[in-house]
Design a protein around this ligand. Sequence first.
Ligand code: DGT
Ligand code: CA
Ligand code: ZN
Length: 577
Amino acid sequence: MNRNEVAAALSEIGTLLELLGENPFKTRAYGNAARLIKSMDQDLPTLVEKGELDSLKGIGKALAEKITLLVRDGRLPYLDELRARVPPGLLDWLRIPGLGPKKVRAIHLALGISTLGELEYACQENRLRDLDGFGQASQDKILPGIDRLRRNAGRFLQPVVQQEADRLLELVRGVPGVIRAEVAGSVRRRSETSKDIDIVVASPDPEPVMEQFAASDQVEEITGRGPTKCSVVLKSGPSADLRVVDELSFPFTVMYFTGSKDHNIAMRSRARAAGLKLNEYGLVPENGGDSLPCADEAAIYSALDLPYIEPELREDLGELEAGSQGELPALVSDSDICGILHCHSTWSDGSASIADMASACRERGYTYLGISDHSQAASYAGGLSPAQVLEQHEEIDRLNADLNGTFTILKGIEVDILADGKLDYPDEIMARFDLVVASVHSRFNLSEQDQTDRILKALDNPFVDILGHPTGRLLLAREPYALDLRTVVRAAAERNVAVEVNAHPSRLDLDWRELAVGLRHGLLTSINPDAHSPAGIDHVRHGVGIARKGWCTPEQALNAWPLPRLQDWLKERRTGR
Ligand code: DGT
Ligand code: CA
Ligand code: ZN
């Protein structure tokens, strides 16, 4: 096991012990050890080999033994034993907001229940309202939590499905006889989450393709197999469907399985209006005959008098109308991104120095980096005091002097929007930044009106250049806070404040649907990785996918602008203050 896996196992032990009612010192020791292992500088296997684990603060002999087993064998009988003693349903309950191990245990013991369905029923029957330590309010919170768990079950974030899809695609493309292969479905449309991976292959000989696909080391279980179709469940969670067709059908099958369903329906009715029938095998005249030959998807669109429609746009949100009028946007792409804004460094909660973050950006071909560490209210994230801001700016000046114009670091900040809508520093500090991202990190539970007013007030503040992760959602984990987002986005557009597309795969916030609406009203965006390490910078491509789904052009994304243009924009905003 590697370091992260060991940390996850230790924290699982802590949770299981808590669910079993063990004493808090013991449970906390595992939680602490997990954090320590995750963040330590030393090499874990080396420490294990030398038997020096217990030199780490907080790691006693017993813990050292368990960690050694985890690193060496990849498993730990003690953990297996604990897992067997805890009803698995209780772990589901833990994913409901507001239910920690203590409360889960209390409900389990008091009501003698242990599954999600039982918990739902208990809430409906007001059993929690009448339970000591709970009440109407906590009961009311649990039901929507269960709902959301069910809705999210079986969906996966982009990094998982995209990586798996890329590997599977590479695998099938290498099979002899395969002419073409493509990922389809929501993965190709770059949806924020996907249920499964759809792959379409053109080959005269399906058998060997399906053979190799099923034999991939990514596969956990084969769940279905026909003459031209194979379904599997992958070890990482999602399932994957492979379909093998002949070369002539391929573009039609890819288009069909790329979807979306609504786009397909709109395409079919457009075909019908032209006296044609469109399905997954071809485009046939309604009165019979052979399919019109189409070498690729572009040819299918062209046969229906449309320009090629990028997969990201295939959501039946006006793409056919825009296409037929020649008004499809030239979408922003990875290669348009000139610089990276909204990154953290070791000054707050990042794991790399500003210099290292800058070199990582340079290596990736970017020409500028806007460092934006947390402000003082975010004390849990090492937010900067005003004095630290001044020190950080000296460091950035030194680095920029060394870089001598080959690369530029902007003095940014991710400033907290306080509960009353004010910013987290006095004006004389705010005035020192080149670039200000303002974000909400606290008081998620305000009413919709109050939360909206709070953010509108921040947008009125002349120091704010970009609104960060505007809804606070965490995909598959946390709902957005109550907010009149439409009003906020419109207000940002009117005030010439950009709203970021936070590219972290768990956020992808601003949502692309609202981005599209905003862009039509003159909104600017910025595709920001919110990176806390060099590797985090690469998340920017997830944001590019979302921006594309929102019909965003390079003109509309600040960080697709060369530095001088961005600096002009920032300067202009500053002279208006
Ligand atoms: P997902 O898997 O839930 O993330 O989303 P998709 O879009 O990948 O959905 P999936 O895997 O169920 O189906 C793949 C595509 O196949 C879908 O985007 C459109 C097409 N499709 C599936 N079922 C239907 C249908 O009943 N009618 C039409 N017109 N197309 C369908
Ligand atoms: Ca799918
Ligand atoms: Zn943030």
